[in-house]
Design a protein around this ligand. Sequence first.
Ligand code: SF4
Length: 229
Amino acid sequence: MVLYDGFINRLSELVKDKKELPRSTKELQNGSKNDIIFGRDTAFELGGSQKPCVSTLAVSSDMHFSNKAYLVGRDLPQITGDSPFGKIVLVEIDEQTDDDTAFNTVKELEQVKYKFYVRDFMTRASALNMREQIRVGKNAVKSGVSFADYGQKLIDTFLQNEKVKSVEVVFLTDFDGYKELNSVAEKIKETTSALNHILDNVMFDCSTCNLKPICDEVEGMKELHQKHK
Ligand code: SF4
């Protein structure tokens, strides 16, 4: 799976000034999908109040990642109100036996954000617009939870999947490049849609296909469809 490699390079370039976070030994408690953090118990919301907010995940089978979390901007203890928020997750997976298996792995990893429940954090993620807002509870702030702690738990969750070889997570709060990040995240989403389309055995006719712009941009897409037609 190398279709996303060009976008991974663009994302890495975009956050080249990221700061490495220390490995956390603090064990955050699991939450549950029914946990609700009401307004009165909320310290702030990452991506709240219509601030810029982008979440993306890209997968590669030939790039290795550091199993570390990184940050651009303020850490959780320094944030005092609703803040812009970005999250980039890069995942190395085993070379998959066939394209359908690779696609299913991508979809499976994309689901993690809907199932990652941490006590005193409440996530609302949208596949449609790539926003992932996280409500941070006052209890989390009181106990000094940082992105290093939250990121470590997220990394450990990905690594529990036997197809995952390595992972890297970048959190963004104060960041100038949300527009560019959103544009790369949009292309990653389009690549996954095109992959879905190709594997659905849809007719191979680029002249009438609305996915042509992304297939023109991503190396290997047309060859993939040619192989599956
Ligand atoms: S290769 Fe052509 S037909 Fe296939 S998804 Fe891309 S643009 Fe559409």
